[in-house]
Design a protein around this ligand. Sequence first.
Ligand code: NIG
Ligand code: FE
Length: 415
Amino acid sequence: MAVLFTGIKQLLTFAGDDAPRAGTAMRETGLVSNAAVLVENGVVEAAGPRAAVHRHRLAKKAKVVEVGGVCLPGFVDSHTHMVFAEPRLKDFSMRAAGASYQEIRAAGGGIVSSIDAIRRQAPGAMAAQLAGRAARFLACGTTTAEVKSGYGLSLESELKMLRAVRGAKKLTPLEMVPTLLAAHTVPPEFAGDARKYLAHIAAEILPKAAAEKLAVFADIFCEKGYFTPEQTTAYLKEAARLGLKPKAHAEQLSNYGGTRAAAAAGAVSVDHADHVFAEDIAAMRDSGTIAALLPASNYYLGLSKYPPAREIIAEGVPVALATDFNPGTCPCWNMQFVLSVACTHCGMTPEEALCASTVNGAWALGLGGSRGVVAPGRKADLAFFAADDYRELCYYFGANQCSLTVKNGRIVHSV
Ligand code: NIG
Ligand code: FE
């Protein structure tokens, strides 16, 4: 049955070219005032001025939902580490007492301290916990999210994490896109031998994840003390050969060459990009790579440096925004908070920030064209907010303004 969502004060469609948005195109929101959206069979039938949509042949028999407020495409969060067994509260206390990322790692915290609990967790419990977290994303207006492995760091546990994503799909309407992040750090069994661990990933983990179709993307953490730029290019090329699309965590803590290394392997996105220089930005532009910025992690880590969004946008590289939800550097699942930080600390305009968290997020997940816009024939993934003006979503912070979330045409959250 068709559903007519109407009474919308402002609808941002982001309708336009089937391509990631770059430069000034990131400011084109497709704003329609006094709007309606008509949905049938999980797909948008019509979206635009209320009077025109109400005249559509399906509108007469449709169920009418008077929502009001502001309507956007559901957020597409292209970078999360949503599977983790336990929060890292010891790291949090150390950080509050002044310890840095590197100091916490040296004291036994950081990524490796998430391994034990993940390896112990039963698969069913892992999937159930993930579905519980997914409900929180949906309640904040996110309808699609990437989910990485990367805390198992063994064949068995990495595959267990990815299978939990598959299992959780039956438990939540949140659309989840799995990424293999076996190359997150070197696990203790390999005693710091990154070369040997990468060989193990290439021989065992990548082929099995690919054969079972457990992941769409492969990701690697390119940073001093983790994996080198040379290792990044080789690893991502091997992943691509097996059918996993490349992505990388790069230039998060220092300028180390990860962006150029990932671009050389045809990365769909380079994520973090805090310490990029002009040549790194040019490499992203030349390889058609999206810069996925994660400024809520900078906020949480108490850093004064934020990703140089203005320079990246000025050079014509499409920017996406994502939460980076994870237990160590960003325990935040609310994309609305990311919008606030992007505008207050990265110099992005509200229009750019909203574009980056919807249409460009979809492109960063290889879902551009079907998600991240509100247009006829596209997935009916919508988020409604209790606001009069879309800029309020970036202006108010620390709260959840989402009043209704629609995934594939179905209401999956409402207050
Ligand atoms: O995106 N940089 C590496 N990975 C995560 C942190 C993961 C963790 O600390 O558990 C990030 O910030
Ligand atoms: Fe991350």
